[in-house]
Structure formats: C-alpha cells, structure tokens
Design a protein around this ligand. Structure first.
Ligand code: F6P
Length: 362
C-alpha cells in the first residue's frame, strides 16, 4: 500500500483538522505513504483538483482550526442519485461509479472521517472490496463501539457556556430560559451541558416527557422563591406518545432535520404554567470554532491510530476509545449499535439526585 486518500463527510465537527493532521504526519513519518485529500466528502473524486496531495505543509497550523480543510458534503447518501427516466424521477445506485473513480485515481486505501452516514458509506465500500478505515466524528456522540466521538466535548463546552449566560439573564428577569441543543436522536449534549451548567430541567429523546411534569417542576421552584428556571432540551426530545419536531422531513436521499421542540415546550410553559419564557436555539454555533484540548487530544490519537490500523491491514474497522484504551471495532458493529443515553446510568442517577427534572416524574 502506498497511496491513501482522506475524506471528511457529513456535518462538520471541531477536531476534523486535528485528525487530518495527525493521520497525514503519521502516514508520512512512520510509513512513508503518499497522502491525498479528497475534497467535499467523496465529491472530490469527480472534481478537477478534487484529489490533491497532502504533505506536511498542507497540514501545518491546522490543529486548532475548526471546520475541515477538505470541505464536507452532507447532502445525504452520495451513492444514490435522482435522475429522470422516461419523464419520471427515479433514484439510481451509483456506488460503482465511485469505486471506479477510487481505482482510476489510484488510491490504495481510504480514511473516511465521519458519523453514521459516513460509516454507512465506509461499510458499503468495504463490502465492495475497497480498503477503508474510519474515525468516529460527530458532536452528537451517538456512534456505537466508542466511548467518545471527537467534537462532542467542544459542543458540550459551548452549550455549557450558553447555559451559564442564560442563567444570569433568566435570574434578572424571573424567566424560564429554554436552550434547544443539537444531538439528533441522542441526548448526550443536552444532558452533559445541562448537568455542567446546572439546568433545572433536562429533556432528552431517550426519556419522553410530560408537559405537566415539566410545569410542576417550574411551579415548585417558583413556590420556593426561585422565580427563574433553565431548561436544557435536546432537539430530538418528544412528549410521551407524541412526535419529534422536524424542520424538514426525510426523503430517499436526505436525512430528516430536527428542530423546533424548544418553541413547543416554551409555548406550553408560558400559557399553562404562567411563567414568562424565552427560547434560544444554539444551532451550528455548537459545531463551529476551535476544538477543546480534549477533542484535540482525541482527534490526534484517532488520526494516528487509524493509520496504524491501515498499516496492519485491519480494514473495515473504525478506531475507538474504550475506557483509557485506543482500539478498533468493525464498522458494521459500530453501525449496528448506535449509542444512546443510558437512562439507568450514573449520570442520570446523579442528575436526579440533584433534583434535575426529566419530565417523567410523577
Ligand atoms: O449530526 C450533527 C448535527 O449537528 C446534528 O446534531 C444536527 O441535527 C444536524 O447535524 C444538523 O445538520 P445540518 O448541519 O445539515 O443542518
């Protein structure tokens, strides 16, 4: 093996550049590989200049930079394309076109950095004989087989700072402040930031909530003299027996976009609990900017480990952190067990012991 291609796919996450830098340096320094960057997910395979050499000079200084020097593509499944046939729109499988391009460009192996969408691509390419290693990226921390994805810690820090800032203004105005956070179907960001920021209510997809229980918590606080409350809510949260709130529905090509549950809860609190309420949606601020020290450490180890995996011929695998150890799992296994908050776990127990409500209290 001599030539490896690196690609970053899906929503970006702080630490992507740290992975690229560590992978590139390890590949060149320890194994003498030629490293190529693929631009914009795998789109670069089809673009002029879309596959370009990565050397020490391209990765110099990028460790603290947010985003990705390679660009990303998160428009959905790249292996599916909508085309018109006999006047009708049909979805075509174009995986073989990608495989041909990988071979034509002369890449011996791919390092695909991404979340579940990218892992699905990695799995498909592996099945079709391409040598792939993956690194788990996402602020959502919802990838199976690893304790942490890089990007999560940075998002939690940003969200915690937002809660701290909401706290002071909530207290001044005796308001309920709701902070809607990302995470898709996992509540890790809302839970960890909520705990770190001292939220009074945390709502996560893993625990369907009742509006009444949330209201009871806020009214109890008011009765005790705490006229303000902080609610940390994950975008994928939903009431018992109710639906998640979407900004855009999913279709054959695109995944659904969550968003809006904060407003729904806010309206209820204001009208039924009678507490003045404001809603903040933190959005992509959670994904932007420089990674924390932890994410730089994690991403750097992941990038370097991924190249060592390649050198050992351990393809079809994703690097992982389990406890204190860097290891790897089959991409298939990671995909089969997406991670969710353990509702009986230590963090939940701690939060409940502190009096934080999850909206499921009697
Ligand atoms: O998966 C990362 C993530 O930021 C989710 O938390 C969020 O739901 C989604 O991506 C937003 O996607 P987009 O950047 O396409 O709006």
């Amino acid at each position: 093996m001599r030539r490896i291609g690196i690609s970053t796919g899906g929503g970006d996450a702080p630490g992507l550049n740290a992975v690229i830098r560590a992978a590139c340096k390890t590949a060149i320094n320890d194994f003498g590989y030629e490293v190529y960057g693929i631009r914009n997910g795998l789109d670069g395979l089809f673009e002029s200049g879309g596959v370009f050499p990565l050397t020490h000079s391209e990765v110099r200084g990028i460790l603290p930079q947010g985003g990705t020097i390679l660009g990303s593509a998160s428009r959905g499944n790249p292996f599916l394309r909508k085309v018109k046939k006999n006047g009708k729109e049909v979805v075509e499988d174009v995986t073989e076109e990608y495989i041909e391009r990988i071979k034509l460009v002369g890449l011996d192996a791919l390092l695909l950095i991404g979340g579940d969408g990218t892992l699905a691509i990695a799995s498909e390419l592996t099945k079709r004989g391409i040598d792939v290693v993956s690194v788990p990226k996402t602020i959502d921390n919802d990838v199976g087989g690893t304790d942490y994805t890089f990007g999560f810690d940075t998002a939690v820090n940003i969200a915690t700072e937002a809660i701290d800032r909401l706290h002071t203004t909530a207290e001044s105005h005796h308001r309920v402040m709701i902070l809607e956070l990302m995470g898709r179907d996992a509540g890790f960001i809302a839970l960890h930031a909520g705990l770190a920021g001292g939220a009074d209510v945390i709502l996560i997809p893993e625990i369907p909530f009742s509006f009444e229980a949330v209201c009871r918590k806020i009214q109890r606080r008011i009765a005790r003299g705490s006229k303000f409350s902080i609610v940390s809510i994950a975008e994928g949260s939903h009431p018992v027996g109710g639906q998640k709130v979407y900004k855009r529905a999913e279709d054959e090509l695109y995944v659904a976009r969550l968003g809006g549950i904060g407003q729904v809860v806010g309206k209820f609190i204001e009208s039924i609990c009678g507490a003045e309420t404001r809603v903040t949606v933190l959005g992509h601020i959670q994904r932007g900017g420089t990674p924390t020290a932890f994410d730089r450490w994690l991403a750097t180890n992941y990038g370097s480990e991924a190249i060592r995996l390649m050198a050992r011929g351990r393809f079809g695998r994703m690097v992982a952190l389990q406890g204190q150890r860097f290891t790897s799992v089959k991409i298939e296994e990671a995909l089969a067990s997406p991670k969710r908050v353990d509702v009986k776990g230590d963090t939940l127990q701690t939060a409940r012991a502190l009096g934080i409500a999850f909206g499921d209290e009697a």
